[in-house]
Design a protein around this ligand. Structure first.
Ligand SMILES: C[S@@+](CC[C@H](N)C(=O)[O-])C[C@H]1O[C@@H](n2cnc3c(N)ncnc32)[C@H](O)[C@@H]1O
Length: 389
């Protein structure tokens, strides 16, 4: 694809990858929309996805496609910007091997596609047709309970990895994400393996699979205070099972509304009040100060214009096969947004928490001893030792 005539923002590596996904999602959804029944299902879910995304289960036919049509590229670009910002601030977790990422409530997986691109570039690896995802230095996993989205992740990832013009693949784990419901998610998964011993008797072995992550992403998943409170144990466990220097990032609507301010306060309270130290390690999670927690781009800039053109493309396609199923309210909202002079900002909130863990040393135990005795530990190099409470 010639990029010489493109705006500068789209000529960068990130810009080209965005264009690749734009082309792929366009082809993938357009071929689905050729079937009038599938088109009607997609069209009839657009309002639900736009207005009721907090309440729906995403199990209705057409919801995954409707959601992807409206949000996939926008969210993918948001994460390109988020990972660039965190990388500039030297916050992105880095390991040469075994780096693990978890996306909670991944939906159609936009942040997984972006994180795959980020680490492929940062670690200088090229994932191609011959690559085995198990051998890449990073691996991505997700939590998703909707079978519609799992099905989407299966077919869409297969499509993108097969037809990607650059032949560079995305290390998105298709429909094989390990976790379904976030409720009661277990980071230490216990299983039993039955076998027949040499005497022909049945016996079993117990296994524990320990899931530990360097990066955990929540994007548009925690949207009400009640829901956040109901997941407080699970959110705290996410922080607990982060590795040293691991990041937990929360992305969602801006905090200027009372609704979201409460959500973010609740998340912060839950994570910061958790006790993460163990007998062997002392650990703490803290909020990272990132100058401006509101990020954004515009419907009018290079990426915004591409979003307009792809939404117009899909609206036109649905007009042909499912005109009567597009709710009036959706037609109006989207038609307004795709006007050439529509300039509103696309903005979101970013919260970042970081985990610090260190082994308890003899010196640390001594410090703890002094603390318990209510006496002062001796100064080291003129500095008071830091002791976790
Ligand atoms: C609004 S979508 C967000 C999708 C994506 N992260 C994004 O930013 O566009 C919320 C997602 O969370 C999933 N979800 C909601 N509750 C869940 C739960 N208890 N366990 C697992 N997934 C859940 C939904 O199925 C949906 O895919």
């Amino acid at each position: 694809m010639s990029t010489r005539r493109l705006p500068e923002a789209l000529r960068s590596t990130n810009g080209k990858r965005f264009l690749e996904l734009e082309m792929l999602i366009k082809e993938f959804l357009s071929s689905r929309m050729k079937d009038p029944e599938a088109s009607r299902a997609i069209a009839s879910q657009l309002l639900n996805v736009l207005k009721n995304c907090d309440q729906i289960t995403y199990e209705e036919e057409g919801t995954a496609e409707a959601y992807a049509l409206l949000h996939f590229l926008d969210r993918y670009h948001r994460f390109q910007l988020i990972f660039s910002l965190l990388s500039e601030k030297k916050l992105m977790p880095m390991r040469r091997t075994g780096l693990k990422i978890l996306d909670v409530g991944t939906g159609p997986g936009p942040s997984m596609f972006a994180v795959s691109d980020f680490y492929s570039a940062a670690l200088g690896i090229n994932i191609n047709k011959n690559s085995d995802f198990r051998d890449t230095p990073f691996s991505i996993d997700y939590v998703e309970r909707s079978s519609q989205f799992r099905n989407w992740l299966h077919h869409f990832t297969e499509f993108t990895n097969y037809y990607s013009p650059t032949k560079k693949q995305w290390a998105v784990p298709y429909h094989h994400g390990t976790f379904y419901d976030f409720k009661n998610l277990e980071f230490d998964q216990r299983s039993i393996e039955w076998f027949t011993d040499d005497n022909g008797d049945s016996d079993f072995l117990r296994h524990i699979t320990r899931h530990r992550f360097d990066l955990i992403v929540f994007s548009n998943f925690l949207t009400t205070k009640e829901q956040t409170v109901s997941f407080s144990k699970e959110i705290e466990n996410c922080a607990r099972f982060l590795r040293n220097n691991g990041l937990l990032i929360v992305v969602g609507a801006k905090s200027c509304s009372k609704k979201y301010k409460e959500v973010y306060e609740e998340i912060e309270k839950t994570i910061l009040s958790g006790r993460y130290s163990t007998r062997k390690y002392t650990a703490r999670c803290f909020k990272v100060d990132i100058d401006n927690s509101t990020m954004g781009y515009s419907w009018h800039d290079a990426h915004g214009q591409r979003l307009k053109s792809i939404i117009k493309h899909f609206l036109d396609a649905l007009d042909v096969t499912a005109k009567d199923s597009i709710p009036m309210e959706v037609s109006k909202t989207l038609s307004d947004a795709i006007q050439p002079n529509y300039k509103r900002a696309i903005e979101w909130e970013l919260m970042v928490f970081r985990k610090k863990t260190r082994p308890r040393t003899k010196a640390f135990k001594q410090e703890l001893h002094y603390l318990r005795q209510n006496t002062s530990p001796p100064e080291r190099n003129g500095q008071m030792p830091i002791v976790e409470q």
